[in-house]
Design a protein around this ligand. Sequence first.
Ligand SMILES: Nc1ncnc2c1ncn2[C@@H]1O[C@H](COP(=O)(O)OP(=O)(O)O)[C@@H](O)[C@H]1O
Ligand SMILES: [Mg+2]
Length: 209
Amino acid sequence: MCTINVLEGVVWLMRMARQVVLITGTPCVGKTSVARLLSERLNALHVNLTELAMRENLVLGRDEKRDTVVVDERRMKKVISRIVEGSEQTVIVDGHYAASVVPKKLATHVFVLRRNPVELRGFMEKAGFVGNKLWENLAAEILDVCLVEALRVYGSEKVCEIDVSGKSVNDVVTEIIEVLNGSRKCYVGVVDWLGKLEREGLLEEYLRI
Ligand SMILES: Nc1ncnc2c1ncn2[C@@H]1O[C@H](COP(=O)(O)OP(=O)(O)O)[C@@H](O)[C@H]1O
Ligand SMILES: [Mg+2]
């Protein structure tokens, strides 16, 4: 009995050991806030892709039209692989293009954070998003762009969608930890922003491009 318990413990530890967790989603959805607290709670290494790109000089230039930087994804993939393979801790990778730069074989879980576009717009405006950049990113949230990319790269077994609307960072982190330790099931297809905005008569206002 005791042996079985020890064995179960070892298996649990191995399952928990060195997870590579991606936190993706539209800008301003709350990725960095969640990844920060999650890495504190798990004593994990937090890799923020925006900071990594700056620190490792992985920026190719600027996309003036989109008011954003263009990252060298090929080099970033190599840098991420080196970090993940060299870490003994669980690694939390946070960034809206995480699914494009973390090789499929390395990721153990991919969380796509989703936020009600009406709420997200408030967060984006607070962060200074205006004009095209605001509407393009809202359209990306409404049209499930990050979810579709995550599913394309990793398949539905590794992808978990979390509706963070109205939830605290702490609540979201608790939900993620429950999925990681196997006590909560995760799902995709949990939100339908198109349908919701349409029912509320807000679709034209929110989906401008
Ligand atoms: N659950 C939350 N509740 C309230 N405010 C939040 C929550 N998550 C993030 N924020 C705030 O929203 C803004 C964007 O969050 P951030 O974590 O930087 O998003 P992202 O990394 O996805 O761009 C920040 O000002 C942050 O403090
Ligand atoms: Mg961020």
